[in-house]
Write a protein that binds this ligand. Structure first.
Ligand SMILES: *Cc1c(COP(=O)(O)O)cnc(C)c1O
Length: 458
């Protein structure tokens, strides 16, 4: 496969700096450096406009679950575009791709989630969550139950509601977020916050932050608790095994809704279809996006439990929806994506082959002098970069070591992402055992180079 670019790298970089405002980017810094132009992709690899091959250990942004270059998805989109590229489902109309996908989703998602509200993205799905949980309690005659409890350092998107649900302080600082009625509790980040507690003890303690917050606010004010099964953008924070059972215990005693944000964990990432399956949880609402179409087209949605739907059913019109809710072409691509996940047993491949192999190889990275902890679950993984292995002491100026390592990675032909001073991966689910070996060997080489730039002996 070859790139079909019309302009040179230098021309593209100049036009990019002149006209293109990128997401989550320091514009001046990028224009000084010049963007890397990605030209084409296949399987787990990307190529840039200078012809460099790069192993995409992030699957784009955690989304290209079935890998790049699947002709079937291109064909599904083209066929649907010819028949019916677009129609809405607002005014008592519907269409086959939207209906068939809804049925498929009710099959692959956990029991009791049999209805979907479509969105165009994960952020929009979480906007729907905020609207829907408050509407639900309104329908129940308890309109004062409005507060949503989330967690520090969570990521739930970048719209006003998404960024407010998220617990990222720098995002809140730009523009007076969170919006009213959203509060945050401690995240279950053992490596950072455990203060000498065992994983088990710390997991229970972190979960009880929810109980304390509920006691403080009063259950009669709280609509829902929202959480990612495993925090992704916050740094692949895998909760201790004791965390989710304790959260379940607390929620079983209270009348509030549980929202599991499956935008990353969904569609096979953890070796189960959903993170909720991994932790044996039955959420009331489940936002999803990313892996739903493997990123080939933008689509998201919220799975809604039968219990919630029964109440909404009696509540009259829900004044909410998007022009592109259930976009037929995006639905057709999502259907084909799910068929591929099923027909090629990709979730089983993650569970039985790729995840165990990654776990074994990744854990060995903990022997590297720069690494304080190496952890993985399914096909997400993180390395904690530290100055002192014995104490877990970090480097001064949080984030500089992570950024240095990330730049070294891309120069060596692998995309890993830096979150502060954690290095994280989330590769395509179709990655083979030998490609995992290639990934980990590259990671080791990049850690060595990072150590030598920092003057740490490797
Ligand atoms: C990416 C992400 C979102 C936001 O999805 P967008 O499609 O970028 O709007 C929401 N929640 C989680 C957990 C995510 O990782």
């Amino acid at each position: 496969m070859h790139a079909r670019l019309n302009l040179s790298t230098a021309e593209l970089q100049a036009l990019d700096a002149a006209h293109y405002l990128h997401p989550f980017t320091d514009y001046k810094q990028l224009s000084n450096k010049g963007a890397r132009i990605i030209s084409h992709a296949d399987g787990i690899y990307l190529w840039d406009s200078d012809g460099n091959r790069i192993l995409d250990a992030m699957a784009g942004l955690w989304c290209v679950n079935i890998g790049y270059g699947r002709e079937e998805l291109a064909r599904a989109a083209a066929e649907q575009m010819r028949d019916l590229p677009y129609y809405n489902s607002f005014f008592q109309t519907s269409h086959e791709p939207g209906i068939r996908l809804a049925e498929m989703l009710s099959e692959v998602t956990p029991e009791g989630l049999d209805h979907v509200f479509y969105s165009g993205s994960g952020s929009e799905a979480n906007d729907t969550v905020v609207r829907m949980v408050r509407h639900y309690w309104g329908c129940k005659g308890k309109p004062e139950k409005t507060v949503i409890i989330s967690r520090e350092n969570a990521y739930h998107g970048s719209t006003m509601a998404g960024a407010s649900l998220g617990g990222m302080k720098p995002m809140h600082a730009q523009g007076g977020l969170p919006i009213p009625g959203i509060v945050h509790i401690e995240q279950p980040y053992w490596f950072e916050n455990s203060a000498g507690l065992s994983r088990r003890e710390y997991g229970v303690k972190a979960a009880r932050a929810l109980e304390h917050k509920l006691d403080q606010l009063g259950d009669d004010k709280v609509a829902a608790f929202i959480a990612e099964p495993i925090q992704g953008a916050g740094g692949v924070i895998i909760p201790p095994d004791s965390y989710w059972p304790e959260i379940k215990r607390i929620l079983d005693e209270r009348d509030i809704l549980l929202v599991m944000d499956e935008v990353i964990c969904g569609f096979g990432r953890t070796g189960e279809w959903f993170g909720s399956d991994l932790y044996d949880i039955r959420p009331d609402l489940m936002p999803m996006a990313k892996g739903m179409s493997s990123g080939y087209l933008p689509i998201g949605g919220v799975m809604v439990s039968d219990r919630v739907v029964e109440t909404l059913w009696e509540g009259g019109e829900f004044f909410h929806g998007y022009t592109y809710s259930g976009h037929p072409t995006c639905c057709a691509v999502a259907i084909k994506n799910i068929e591929i996940l099923q027909d090629e047993n990709i979730v089983e491949h993650v569970r039985d082959v790729a995840a165990p192999h990654l776990a074994e190889r990744w854990e060995a990275l903990a022997d590297h002098p720069l690494v304080g902890e190496a952890r993985s679950a399914g096909l997400v993984a993180a390395l904690e970069l530290v100055k002192d292995k014995a104490t877990g002491e970090r480097f001064p100026e949080v984030g500089t070591t992570g950024s240095l390592c990330r730049d070294i990675c891309i120069d060596n032909g692998i995309i890993m992402r830096a979150v502060r001073d954690s290095m994280i991966i989330s590769p395509p689910l179709i990655i083979s055992a030998s490609q995992i070996d290639e990934l980990v060997d590259l990671a080791w080489r990049c850690l060595d180079q990072t150590a030598s730039e920092l003057g740490v002996s490797a």
